[in-house]
Design a binder for this molecule. Sequence first.
Ligand code: FPP
Length: 241
Amino acid sequence: MPKDANDKTGPNHVAIIMDGNGRWATQRGRPRLFGHHAGARRVREIVRACPDEGVKYLTIFAFSTENWKRTQTEVAGLMALFRRYIEREAKALFDEGVRVRFIGDRMKLDDKLVSLMDNLELYTSGNDKVHLTIALNYGGRDEVTRAAQRLAFEVEKGTLTHKDVDAETLSKFLDTHVLPDPDLVIRTSGEARISNFLLWQSAYAEYEFVDTLWPDFSAAEFASVLSNYGGRERRFGAVLA
Ligand code: FPP
């Protein structure tokens, strides 16, 4: 059924490319990691805002498969920040009814971080108020490639044949297989790029590019960006009568 053009319901699944931490810190004469720490505080604020905004699924891009090219100091600092975030926020996330999942390739992440991620997923697995997905060592092409490898393995074993390979089957092999597709993708910091984020899943998503640097992106601005969404008409490739 095509969506009614007057339907003002907000997006169910919002995905965010949290960009601009480095510039925010540089503008203040501080090291880039200072910006990432400020960014982490915004993550907390935006997750808390989701229930009031009717956002059931929030997916955030924390670390891409390309981010390993940053300096060793920045990468190590980010990894330490992720560990600290999980340790410090687990209880509050649980109490607020947030179910946390991680997407991305865990093979390259250190054991301690992976074990914190696994435990947080398990600890919050009974929650259903907000579904927070954190993309960590995530890349859209990498995800589709890993899915294709697993599919090929099933064909090799004989559990699937090449004729079973369609969009629906491939989706089941993606990291996001339990999530709905994003309705809206927001990118902060004035850059208008997708940067390898949820390439497959965002085929019909709306995009909002805002100039604000991520550490300045408040819950009020989040609400204002979401309010633009309700006025749009999504056709999913069809023509509305
Ligand atoms: C992009 O800004 C941001 C990142 C690569 C890291 C995102 C991480 C956080 C917001 C930290 C907290 C996240 C969690 C889940 C606790 P940039 O460094 O590319 O900024 P720039 O474009 O100004 O250099």
